[in-house]
Write a protein that binds this ligand. Structure first.
Ligand code: NI
Length: 168
C-alpha cells in the first residue's frame, strides 16, 4: 500500500494549477488508488491531486461514516456549470492540519465530471458534498480554503504551521 506525502500550506506547490486528464489508463487508476489510501490513512473525507504534488484535475471524496461501508467517489475534469445559494460552514484540510475555519460556499452546485474510466456524469449536489466538491476543486485551481480568510488570520495560520513543519 502506497501512502503519498501531503503538501502543507503555505507550500508554493499548492498554488499550481492542475491540467485536465486525457489518458484514462492503469496509471491513472494506480494514482487514484494511492490517493485513496493516503486519504483514508489520514482520516480525510477529500483529497485533491494537487495536495500530493500531482497537477492533474483529479479529486476524491468519501463522506461515509465510520460504521458504514466506504463510498469513494472520484471526480475528474470537473466543471461547475451552475451554482446557487450561499452557506457558511466550518472546513478543514489535510494540507492545513489542525485548522478549522468557517468559509462561504455556494449551497447547490450543478457539475459535470468524468469518472476513473472516462465516463461523463452530470449531477447536482447540496449539503456537505457540495461544500467538499468546491473545496477540492479549488485545490486544482491552486487555492487553499484558508485563502478566503483575512490576511491577519492567514499569517497566523502560516506561523502556526511553520512551527510544526520545518521548511525544506
Ligand atoms: Ni483541502
Amino acid at each position: 500500500m502506497t501512502i503519498l506525502d501531503i503538501l502543507h500550506y503555505p507550500d508554493a506547490r499548492l498554488h499550481l494549477k492542475a491540467q485536465n486528464v486525457t489518458l484514462f489508463d492503469s496509471k491513472l487508476k494506480e494514482l487514484i488508488n494511492n490517493m485513496a489510501n493516503t486519504m483514508y490513512e489520514n482520516n480525510g473525507i477529500g483529497l485533491a491531486a494537487t495536495q500530493v504534488n500531482v497537477q492533474k484535475r483529479i479529486f476524491i471524496i468519501d463522506l461515509s461514516k465510520n460504521d458504514e461501508p466506504r463510498n469513494l467517489i472520484t471526480f475528474i475534469n470537473l466543471e461547475i456549470l451552475e451554482k446557487s445559494g450561499e452557506v457558511l460552514s466550518e472546513e478543514g484540510c489535510l494540507s492545513v492540519p489542525g485548522i478549522y475555519e468557517k468559509v462561504y460556499r455556494s449551497e447547490t452546485i450543478k457539475v459535470k465530471f468524468q469518472d476513473e474510466n472516462g465516463k461523463s456524469h452530470q449531477n447536482e449536489y447540496k449539503g456537505l458534498m457540495s461544500i467538499c466538491i468546491q473545496h477540492e476543486n479549488d485545490h486544482l485551481d491552486g487555492k487553499v480554503f484558508v485563502e478566503y480568510l483575512s490576511n491577519l488570520k492567514q499569517n497566523f495560520i502560516k506561523k502556526k504551521l511553520k512551527k510544526i513543519f520545518k521548511p525544506e
